[in-house]
Design a protein around this ligand. Structure first.
Ligand code: SF4
Length: 489
């Protein structure tokens, strides 16, 4: 059967990411496509990453004339997990176009799992609820056999005689090594590579080694892989790395797992295999402060080539971390940061402002944590209530009409909070610039201690102090003005 795959992330519709030009191929889509190909279907891909409009799917549909059109989002990428409305609208347009061409339309994404009624109302025939591969496999077989009763297929939402049917839940795949490797050949990886080389001078590729996360931070939505945690074997991952190195000569990997290497001994075994294969690459991961403090974990990361760990630090206030059910302490964040630096791995922090109950003192504690621990990079967001989370339940009665961001840079506060949305936007600007100012100071101190480290790049960083001192002052004044204005409103 002819199946055309697509996904609904359009880089152009996400201005901040478009400006960055550091795109990652839709890994989840390539996994599902690989499985369908293994099952004997004829597969093609309409990769929306660089196209200008959803309407561009029309000539592709006319060329391939697929029986089934699947919009299958990359459930590994946090950008698709954000459920951005620009992408949702693009998906709706593609659904309509494919229906006009008489395709069976199937959708699988975080957003469609949360809002399956809307997707069905827009014309989708089926929504795959949660992890989609096995459901897709059973569904395509049923379509191929001209079956009309889909009620026995788990993990499905569809319409029958005007009523929405939701079948029983589908469990997650436990043996990830049994899946075929992603169908990398379907995507134009060189188009990704060229953009990376132009924007950064190196090529980074994305690989998933696990699915799911067992922790329960109460604002974190995990509609696709849930709270289960399943892992590929280190050998299976290294096999893929060897293959990709031959095919695309990448320099860097983003292991896009929620949590990398949680299983005891996994990272150590992985590091040994990477060394045996003489693979040369740097990589970044996401992890938690408590896990980073496990015996030899950071050493093994360093041995394998890790150069950057993004930690969900979130807040410098223990009260807020506890309210989030984060399960870590500020002391662990400090300790993990120190250990990473001692092992020449860059610590980077995800920071979240605006959690329920956060006061000015809590915000100050977070700023203090950033300027004291001085992570290499910070990614700042505001609390984003996504359906299906405890946090959403806590704030849903205080939510504004708008419930999703349009693009990943919107950072709009969407519920009534201590401050108005404009304050958090300004806070974001101030904290980013203040962090860069402190980084520049830190460089200056290092150069004073070790003048031999002076280079054009370090000199540039130091000179940037001249920009950041007045810029931080200006952003702080604006922040204080917004705070006062809100006090008197
Ligand atoms: S550790 Fe990360 S992925 Fe897991 S629940 Fe918390 S925020 Fe989500």
């Amino acid at each position: 059967m002819e199946i055309l795959f697509s996904h609904s992330y359009f880089l152009r519709f996400d201005p901040k990411q478009w400006a960055l030009q550091q795109p990652y191929a839709p890994l989840g889509t390539l996994y599902a496509a690989a499985l369908m190909r293994e099952e004997g279907h004829s597969i093609s891909l309409f990769d929306t990453m660089f196209v200008e409009a959803p309407e561009e799917v029309l000539p592709v549909l006319e060329t391939h004339k697929p029986t089934v059109f699947v919009i299958y989002d990359d459930g590994f990428n946090y950008l698709t997990k954000m459920c951005l409305t620009n992408m949702r609208e693009a998906a709706f347009k593609m659904i309509k176009i494919a229906k006009d061409k008489n395709c069976n339309v199937i959708v699988s994404s975080s957003d469609s799992t949360d809002h399956y009624e809307q997707y069905l109302a827009e014309g989708a025939d089926f929504v795959l609820m949660g992890e989609g591969e096995i459901t897709l496999s059973e569904l395509t077989k049923a379509i191929q056999n001209n079956e009309h009763d889909f009620s026995a297929i788990k993990g499905l939402a569809y319409k029958n005689k005007g009523c929405i049917i939701k079948t029983s839940g589908r469990g997650v795949i436990k043996d990830l090594d049994a899946l075929p490797l992603p169908a990398w050949d379907l995507a134009d990886i060189n188009a990704y590579k060229q953009r990376w080389i132009k924007s950064t001078g190196y090529f980074s590729i994305n690989i998933g080694t696990t699915r799911g996360c067992p922790f329960k931070c109460n604002w974190c939505a995990k509609p696709i892989y849930g709270n289960r945690y399943n892992s590929r074997s280190p050998k299976n991952v290294v096999t893929e790395l060897v293959l990709l190195k031959k095919m695309y000569q990448f320099d860097h990997v983003w292991f896009c797992d929620d949590i990398f290497g949680l299983k005891p001994g996994w990272v150590n075994e992985f590091a040994t295999l990477v060394q045996e294969e003489k693979l040369q690459f740097k990589f970044k991961i996401q992890s938690r402060a408590d896990l980073l403090l496990q015996d030899n974990y950071i050493k093994a990361l360093s041995k394998a080539g890790c150069d950057n760990v993004w930690m969900g630090a979130e807040s410098g206030s223990q009260k807020i971390l506890d309210a989030m059910d984060k399960g870590i302490t500020t002391a662990q964040i400090a300790e993990a940061t120190k250990l990473l630096k001692n092992n020449n791995i860059k610590p980077s922090f995800f920071i979240q402002f605006g959690y329920l109950g956060e006061t000015k003192e809590d915000i100050k504690a977070t700023i203090q944590m950033i300027t004291t621990l001085l992570p290499s990079s910070i990614g700042i967001s505001v609390s984003y209530p996504l359906k299906g989370t405890l946090f959403y339940e806590k704030v849903k009665t205080d939510m504004h009409e708008k419930t999703n961001w349009t693009d990943s840079d919107e950072l709009q506060m969407m519920f009534n909070n201590t401050y108005q949305p404009a304050f958090y936007k300004q806070l974001h600007k101030y904290v980013q610039k203040n962090h860069r100012k402190y980084i520049a100071y830190d460089f200056l101190k290092k150069i004073v201690r070790h003048p031999s480290l002076l280079s054009i790049a370090t000199a540039r960083k130091i000179v940037s102090i001249l920009y950041y001192i007045p810029a931080v002052f200006y952003e702080k004044m604006k922040l204080e003005a917004l705070e006062k204005q809100q006090l008197y409103e």
